[in-house]
Design a protein around this ligand. Structure first.
Ligand code: F6P
Length: 363
C-alpha cells in the first residue's frame, strides 16, 4: 500500500515524459499506488487536482513527447515553511511517502530539505489538528530519489543528464541547416548555444559540426582573442573553406568574467574581415522537440531504477540520485552530487575555471 508520486521541476528537458512513464509503470508493477504531481512543487503545495493517481494507461503515448506532460513551475511558496507544511499535508492525505523528483540541482536540493524537515512538519500538522497521530505514524518517513532532467549536462555525478543528447540533436540539425546556406553565400555564422554556466553543449556541438571557433564559459579566451579568431577564420578561408561557423555559449566570458556575446564576436568579424556575418540564436528550440532514442532509453532506465531505489529504501538510507556511470544506471548519494555541483558554480563565480572543470569530472 505504498504511495509514490513523481513530479518534474525547473526547466523542462526532452525525455522527462519517458522518465515519468517508467516511474509510474514500475511502481504499478511493484504493487504500489502511483501519483502524478502536476506543476512541480506548486502543485504539491496547492494539492487538489494537482495530485492525481496515475494508471498504466495514463502514461501511454508519452515516451516520444518532448517537454513534460505534467507541467513544471518555479515555486516561491515551497521556499516558505508554510508552503511546505501544506505540501506535507497534501501528501499525507494521499498516503504518499515516496517522491521521485525530476529536475536540476535546485529542485533536488529542495526535495532533500523537505525530507529532512518532514518529521517536524508532521509534528506541527498533528499539533494543529490537521492530521491524526495514526496518520503521522503511518507516514513517518519520506523517501526521495532524484533524476536529473536538464539539457545542460551540468550536474556532477552523472555522465549524462536527461535531455542533453536531444538538445545536441537540435543544435546540430540547426548548424547543418545553417551551414548549407552559409556555403552558398560564403557567409560566417555565429551561433549562440545554451548551457547556462556549462560548456558541454557548445563544446560537443563544436566538435561534431566542425565549427571553427568556440567560446565557452569554462575556458575564457586570451585577451587577444579577436586577433586569434580573425587569424583562424582567415586560415580556414585560405584553405578553401567557403564558410565559417563560430559557436558562442550563452555563458561565455573573458578572463575578467565579462560576458562575450555573439554581438561582440560579430563586431570583431565586421570590423576586421570582409565577411558577410550573421547571428543565429538557437534559444528554446534546443529544449524542444521529441527526445532522442538515447534520452528515451536513459530516462526509462533511470525512472525504473528510481522506483526500485524507493521501494528498497529503509528509514536510515541516504537519498540518492540515479546517474549514468559508464553505461550503467547507478545510485549515488544525492547530497554529494548536489554539493559538488554547487562547488562548481562557486568556482566559476570566483573565476577558478580549472577547478570547476576538475570538480565537474567526466561530463
Ligand atoms: O537549464 C536549462 C536552460 O535551458 C539553460 O540552458 C538556459 O540558460 C536556461 O535554461 C533558460 O531558462 P528559461 O527557460 O527559464 O529562460
Amino acid at each position: 500500500d505504498k504511495g509514490l508520486a513523481v513530479f518534474t521541476s525547473g526547466g523542462d528537458s526532452q525525455g522527462m515524459n519517458a522518465a515519468v512513464r517508467a516511474c509510474v509503470r514500475m511502481a504499478i508493477y511493484l504493487g504500489c499506488k502511483a501519483y502524478f504531481i502536476r506543476e512541480g512543487y506548486q502543485g504539491m503545495v496547492d494539492g487538489g487536482d494537482n495530485i492525481q493517481e496515475a494508471n498504466w494507461a495514463s502514461v501511454s503515448s508519452i515516451i516520444h513527447r518532448g517537454g513534460t506532460i505534467i507541467g513544471s513551475a518555479r515555486c516561491a511558496d515551497f521556499r516558505e515553511r508554510a508552503g511546505r507544511l501544506k505540501a506535507a499535508n497534501n501528501l499525507v492525505q494521499k498516503g504518499i511517502t515516496n517522491l521521485v523528483v525530476i529536475g536540476g540541482d535546485g529542485s533536488l536540493t529542495g526535495a532533500n530539505l523537505f525530507r529532512q524537515e518532514w518529521s517536524s512538519l508532521l509534528d506541527e500538522l498533528v499539533k494543529n489538528g490537521t492530521i491524526t497521530a495514526a496518520q503521522q505514524e503511518k507516514n513517518s518517513v519520506l523517501h526521495i530519489v532524484g533524476l536529473v532532467g536538464s539539457i545542460d549536462n551540468d550536474f556532477c555525478g552523472t555522465d549524462m543528464t536527461i535531455g542533453t543528447d536531444s538538445a545536441l540533436h537540435r543544435i546540430i540539425e540547426a548548424i547543418d541547416a545553417i551551414s548549407s546556406t552559409a556555403y552558398s553565400h560564403q557567409r560566417t555564422f555565429i551561433m549562440e548555444v545554451m548551457g547556462r554556466h556549462c560548456g558541454y553543449l557548445p563544446v560537443v556541438a563544436g566538435i561534431i559540426s566542425e565549427a571553427d571557433y568556440v567560446f565557452l564559459p569554462e575556458y575564457p579566451p586570451p585577451h587577444d582573442w579577436p586577433a586569434k579568431l580573425v587569424l583562424k577564420l582567415e586560415q580556414e578561408r585560405s584553405a578553401g573553406q567557403r564558410l565559417n561557423i563560430v559557436i558562442v555559449a550563452e555563458g561565455a566570458m573573458d578572463r575578467e568574467g565579462n560576458p562575450i556575446t555573439a554581438e561582440d564576436v560579430k563586431k570583431v568579424i565586421d570590423e576586421r574581415l570582409k565577411h558577410d556575418a550573421r547571428i543565429t540564436v538557437l534559444g528554446h528550440v534546443q529544449r524542444g522537440g521529441n527526445p532522442s532514442a538515447f534520452d528515451r532509453i536513459l530516462a526509462c532506465r533511470m525512472g525504473a531504477e528510481a522506483t526500485l531505489a524507493l521501494m528498497e529504501a529503509t528509514k536510515d538510507s541516504v537519498p540518492v540520485v540515479i546517474s549514468l556511470d559508464g553505461n550503467q544506471a547507478v545510485r549515488v548519494p544525492l547530497m554529494e552530487c548536489v554539493e559538488r555541483t554547487q562547488a562548481v558554480a562557486l568556482a566559476m563565480k570566483e573565476r577558478r575555471w580549472a577547478d570547476a572543470v576538475k570538480l565537474r569530472g567526466r561530463s
